[in-house]
Design a protein around this ligand. Sequence first.
Ligand code: ATP
Ligand code: MG
Length: 434
Amino acid sequence: MDLVKLNKERKYIETITPKDDGKKVTIAGWIYDSRDLSKIRFIVLRDITGKMQVTAFKDKTSKEIFEAMAKTPRESVVIIKGTVKKSDKAPDGRELIPESFEILAEAEQPIPIDVSDFSKTELPKRLDYRFLDLHRKKIQAIFKVQSTILQSYREFMTKEEKAIEAMFPSIISSSSEGGTELFPAQYFEKKAFLSQSCQLYKQMLACSMEKVFAVFTVWRAEKHNTVRHLNESRQFDFEMAFADEFVVMDVLARCVQFIIKKVMEENKNELETLEVKLKIPSIKYLTFAQVTEIMKKEKVHIGKTDLSGEVEEKLNELYPNTIIFVHDWPLAGKPFYIMPKGKELSAGFDAIYNGMEISSGGQRIHLPELLAERLKIKGLNPKDFEHYIDSFRYGAPPHAGWGIGLERLTMLILNLKNIREAVLFPRDRDRLTP
Ligand code: ATP
Ligand code: MG
């Protein structure tokens, strides 16, 4: 097979319409379905853009093609050349009458998971065979949407915010946010860790480059097994100089609205496939104290320093399709680097969307002495954070920022029940392959 030639000739299936009646085309893809009515044979061919019925007749089509169409198993990869025919009976009003049929790769049988549109194969098994799971339109739709989310994040940051995209190291020395949840790694003679966030680096960068963002992979060695946590996840990070938490909450709100608008515009088909009706969310600001009052009224238990899943769900019930910012967060519930606001409160916040936290953020401490003090209060040793503290000694402006989990956001935009659905190859407590 001359693949250069194929790439020039080949038509993506979605581009072929009834108007192409009579045209000769080449299509390539996977056999999705086949039917045999003795005198007439159908194949449905699927490529990344869509499906097309291929119809052969015993008395008109060549014997070779007619046989091959019956013999080639589903999910095999084939190239078919033929003539487009307008047809009221065929899906999308057109079919292909084949004139040549080439098998590129025959799929072994039996196929280990059900890859039909109505697949009932359970998630763990599907993830074992993720490469096959990705033959499914629904699964492809999830990752097409995720691609839009990723690109529109970058577009928002570069075009709307004029922020600078940054890369940070993923292998770090022991000094990080606190050593308990890190995966250890051997770095020559030294002990190192996989990064659990780019917090310290993005702050250092914002203190010179002012507005920065990153798409950054993080590893968290938490032994949880929940539908909202992964041990390897991707973060949208943002950090901005001369800003407090309200400035960056506004950026976050516009960012998520921008992303959702893009998905609504660019992924109409995928949203339909996934049966998701999206609307641009509205914005609500509440203090932690206000949320506490509301929960008392609603008779939902609320902790003193954090919001439980139940509280997050209740907030969604009260304010559906809303990005809810919970700010003036109790100081004890936020990390050492968050700026205190008086004795009890902080400049930290969480953002809740569709019943779950999508982001945490806040104004950071840019004052070295205060930072050392807060580290000690949190039971950490300022000596381990020398580089970090020193970075604020020579002209560091006030700054603020946040991080959104990419898989978490995808899950909530698409109403997926398990975060593992929103990552191609999940890493969780039990899964290190494929
Ligand atoms: P949660 O309370 O949901 O466990 P967190 O407060 O521990 O999250 P942060 O450290 O604030 O998480 O991380 C910022 C964002 O990254 C979260 O709001 C969430 O969107 C995402 N995130 C955090 N932990 C995970 C994880 N284990 N797997 C996937 N995404 C995560
Ligand atoms: Mg958080």
